[in-house]
Write a protein that binds this ligand. Structure first.
Ligand SMILES: [Zn+2]
Length: 273
């Protein structure tokens, strides 16, 4: 987390708070970023000063504030989130960077809050550069089931590992890969080449359903300031509860775990084969 639904809900929140049309007037970074234990970086954000946000775009888990001739890219890492504050409001604990913006309608402050410091903010020359290397967005209407099955053709990697690869499809992380595979009863350890075309088509539909359900849930359950919960929010946006001792919602037996590519998969050893 945050994965596609979380980042899309964040994008909508920023738009709703009136960020589009405002100009960056001040950028402040925390004093001691070197003391971090994460590897997050904040690069070139001073170049956002005097730039006006013309739109906020998302691809996969990446967000970008688009200016006339450049872009400020945001990647939330594992624990990053963005708060929109009043201009004179104190930034919360773990704020790594804050940005002051203004226009004729008023001022606001954006705080990048990230306890574990894995978030990245970076200035790019264009949107193509900001989103370079990303595969098609998992919820892009132009990304079709045929396109998805073609991408899987001839692949021998394990399906979960492939779903996490952002250069293949952008936006799916640990949580929604497990959710989607559970919906279609496919083990995360199956080789892509051992999955039939019909199963892949069902998987594509399950990915869409999992992501759309989560997005709808997040958007309709904001906090008391209208902010989406995008970090450590283990609620009904998902069907699998990712903790030891949780059960398969279908078979009601304990979920199994498996390390694949360094990430823990939660799955049901009975119904997922
Ligand atoms: Zn099961």
């Amino acid at each position: 987390m945050p994965e596609l639904p979380e980042v899309e809900s964040l994008r909508r929140y920023l738009v709703r708070e009136g960020v589009v049309g405002k100009k960056f007037v001040k950028v402040e970074l925390e004093d001691k970023p070197e003391s971090a234990h994460g590897t997050g970086t904040i690069v070139g954000s001073n170049q956002a000063i005097d730039q006006t946000v013309s739109s906020i775009e998302r691809r996969g888990k990446q967000l970008a504030m688009v200016f006339d001739d450049s872009v400020l890219g945001f990647h939330m890492g594992m624990t990053g989130q963005v708060h929109v504050l009043d201009r004179d409001e104190l930034s919360p604990r773990f704020t790594r960077a804050q940005f002051d913006l203004t226009d004729d309608h008023g001022d606001l402050r954006i705080a990048l809050v990230d306890p574990r410091r894995w978030a990245r903010v970076q200035h790019f020359g264009s949107l193509d550069h900001a989103f370079a290397g990303l595969g098609p967005d998992a919820l892009d209407p132009a990304f079709t089931v045929n396109h998805f099955t073609q991408l899987m053709d001839g692949i021998t990697a394990r399906i979960k590992t492939l779903l996490l690869n952002q250069t293949v499809v952008a936006g799916i992380g640990n949580i929604y890969a497990d959710e989607s595979l559970h919906r279609v009863e496919i083990s995360p350890a199956r080789r892509v080449s051992d999955i039939s075309k019909t199963e892949l088509e069902k998987l594509f539909a399950a990915i869409r359903i999992s992501l759309e359900h989560a997005l709808e849930y997040i958007v309709s359950h904001p906090d008391d300031r209208g902010r989406p919960y995008i970090v450590d929010a283990y609620d009904d946006r998902m069907q699998l509860h990712r903790k030891p001792g949780s059960f398969c919602p279908r078979c009601e037996i304990p979920l199994a775990t498996l390390k694949l590519g360094g990430r823990t998969a939660y799955f049901c050893s009975n119904c997922q084969t």
